[in-house]
Design a protein around this ligand. Sequence first.
Ligand code: CTP
Ligand code: CA
Length: 223
Amino acid sequence: IEHHFADKALQGVKLMITAGPTREAIDPVRYISNHSSGKMGYAIAEQAAKMGAQVTLISGPVSLTCPQGVDRINATSATEMHEAVMGRIGQQDIFIGCAAVADYRPEIVADAKIKKNNDQMVVTMVKNPDILADVAALSDAPFTVGFAAETHDVEKYARGKLEKKKLNMIAANDVSDPSIGFNSDQNALTLYWTNGSLLLPATSKSNLASQLLMQVNQAYRKQ
Ligand code: CTP
Ligand code: CA
């Protein structure tokens, strides 16, 4: 009975998650992007659905199949992902920003392939909208969880983002450790919220996803 209860802890909860990278076009054949396999976000989406949540997965370009029972919406650029999220966020209870969103996009997208006529090439970039911050800033914001991929001073930067973006929780991972994160099937996370933190040691991404969701659910019920 207890097992069944834990499995369906998110029954009826509407949960939206972003996953994967975004691609910012330079011309019709080139783009700028981030490292992201999408595995962590997809594992969270899959696990949330198993726990009974109604899951909307806003996905950047990845080579993963959509988890069973999950409603996937594809987006390529950060601008597209922002539109896909903001257009559907009204009905959501929990939002998890797991995507590796490109911070900048080329100011001008060439409409024809750029030829290598010069020894140097300069691409002027402009800032993309911050999807996570915009969700958290809504007057009726859902319970909002961010991710922070850091190479150093993990806690300092993660807590900085928690506060600046007015998040309920942030999950930080140290991407300087090659054995975890990115294309790996394993990951470790430290969760931070205003009054506490919790280390989730290295394990499979699906195991980590279920631990993360149990913490998110607990904090979401408490708020
Ligand atoms: N994020 C987002 N939209 C952006 C940039 C980031 O939704 N345009 C989200 C990510 O999905 C993640 C969180 O913000 O949940 C933190 O992303 P991260 O790149 O670690 O932080 P930034 O705020 O972009 O700051 P910086 O890259 O300078 O560390
Ligand atoms: Ca960033």
